[in-house]
Write a protein that binds this ligand. Structure first.
Ligand code: ZN
Length: 299
């Protein structure tokens, strides 16, 4: 090999190693956890919403626009979860790479076989209805395993040199969630709990995955706080169906659970995190699912 060729090769390798890390911004901490594990050392990642916040209602702060103005990729759930705030952040970011439809914009929800997709005409009288389906896909470990693979493919399109590494990490995560799901299912079956009341339809995918039912919701309609009349109806359902557990997503007002406990002493109520960082010690999705399973076990 002559000197010039060696020089060109050297320059090529230098340019590869000097390549900037992909800057990824996610809407939620759960997506951040996935991107962080899949992207490893080849990316940087930041989430907009905190794990302790209701992801439907995030303020579109200018600092989020600054954050996304430098992003190579924005990963969101979609299915209208972030409809109240992400569009204004993207507009404010003035970064054409991350606009919807571009390679730098990935919505994972629509790729994950959403549940509760609205049939027929949508009426806002039904509350804050999501016509494209329930957006809380984050609480199903199997769907999140698939999401990791979609994220890996997109990271690989933006940074083809590390495609293999992204895919390997995503497939490993997917296999881990698949095997843990079997163990979680066995543990949930042992609790003999079949029906759970929640505040919002946040756990729909968790219940669907683990064969649990959600016969009543404390919100009379999605996004509408519980009314006295509706709470009475829920109490009746709890009594009639002998429901033993009420799980309240920890960013909602838990005073309603005191009332439930007074009226139905046999019911157990638990405030639960529903996102990574939703509580101390919930550092990744494994911790989050483990916490939910432990809540059923009464731990
Ligand atoms: Zn919701």
């Amino acid at each position: 090999m002559n000197k010039i060729n060696v020089k060109i090769l050297l320059l090529f390798f230098i340019s590869l190693t000097a390549q900037a890390k992909l800057a990824v911004v996610t809407t939620t901490t759960d997506l951040k956890a996935l991107v962080s594990e899949v992207g490893g050392e080849w990316i940087t990642v930041d989430a907009i919403a905190k794990g302790t916040q209701d992801p439907h209602f995030i303020e579109a702060k200018p600092s989020y626009m600054t954050k996304t103005s430098h992003a190579d990729l924005v990963v969101s759930i979609g299915l209208d979860l972030e409809v109240g705030w992400l569009p204004s952040i993207l507009r404010g970011a003035r970064n054409p790479k991350i606009n919807p439809g571009e390679k730098g914009n990935l919505e994972v929800g629509p790729l994950l076989d959403p549940l509760e997709v609205a049939q027929g005409k949508i009426s806002r009288s039904k509350g804050d209805v999501h016509p494209f389906g329930n957006p809380h896909v984050n609480l199903d470990p199997i769907r999140m395993g698939k999401a990791a693979v979609f994220i890996a493919e997109r990271l690989g399109q933006l940074d083809p040199v590390h495609m293999t590494s992204f895919l390997e990490k995503a497939k490993a995560l997917q296999r881990r969630f698949e095997s843990k799901t079997k163990i979680w299912q066995t543990r949930i079956d042992k609790t003999k709990i079949k029906k759970i009341v929640t505040y919002h339809k946040t756990l729909t995918y968790f219940f669907d995955r683990f064969h649990l039912e959600n016969p009543a919701i404390l919100e009379p309609k999605p996004g509408i706080p519980p009314t006295s009349g509706h709470i009475l109806e829920v109490i009746q359902v709890i009594k009639d169906q002998k429901i033993r557990l009420v799980m309240v997503e920890n960013f909602f007002d838990s005073t309603v659970t005191h009332r439930l406990k007074e009226e139905v002493p046999f019911v157990r109520t638990a405030d639960i995190p529903v996102d990574v960082d939703g509580e101390a010690q919930i550092n990744n999705l494994d911790d989050l699912y483990e916490k939910l399973v432990q809540t059923l076990e009464g731990k």
